[in-house]
Design a protein around this ligand. Structure first.
Ligand code: FES
Length: 165
């Protein structure tokens, strides 16, 4: 028998099927997780299995994605999520004292949620509003050129809204 001098032909149907399968997974999973988080405020751990089933994925794969992206949370968050910027521009303008002040006001550390689920405190690398440094966000609202008095006033507004609920 003559030796085979060329490699086995590439089965492009198989390659394309694999690419398609992964493309679908990727594009379905992230929007689905975003929609759940938007609706519920976080990704309930019990939702991992139904999401995985719907996309034909292993729950561990979904769990891996959720834990990889900092934007997803498996824990319930407060009604008001504070994101204090600790990026370079904000750091130069005193973000450290802003963060200290927020922690004192809310009696929370980074990554914590108040026992009544009203406030969660997070820090981020840059809020994309460096010209307003130092900055923070409460849910979708930006607050810039902060000083401790302004922080107290902003938090007071959210506390007041809570009492009005
Ligand atoms: S560094 Fe704070 S908004 Fe960019």
């Amino acid at each position: 028998m003559e030796p085979n001098s060329s490699p086995k032909p590439i089965d492009w149907n198989q390659v394309n099927a694999i690419i398609e399968e992964h493309r679908t997974r990727k594009w379905s999973l992230i929007p689905m997780l975003q929609a759940v988080q938007e609706a519920i405020g976080y990704i309930p751990p019990e939702a991992i299995e139904p999401i995985a089933d719907a996309l034909n994925m292993a729950p561990a794969e979904v769990q891996g994605v959720v834990t990889f992206y900092a934007g997803f949370s498996l824990k319930p968050k407060g009604k008001c999520v504070l994101k204090v910027c600790r990026g370079t521009a904000c750091h130069v303008k005193g973000s450290r004292s802003i963060l200290r002040h927020v922690k004192n006001e809310l009696q929370l550390e980074e990554g914590e949620t108040s026992p009544d689920y009203q406030f969660s405190l997070e820090t981020v690398a840059c809020l994309g509003a460096c010209f307003l440094a130092p900055t923070m966000m409460v849910n979708r609202d930006y607050y810039g050129k902060l000083n401790p008095a302004k922080v107290t006033s902003v938090l007071g507004q959210y506390r007041k809204n809570r009492e009005d609920d």
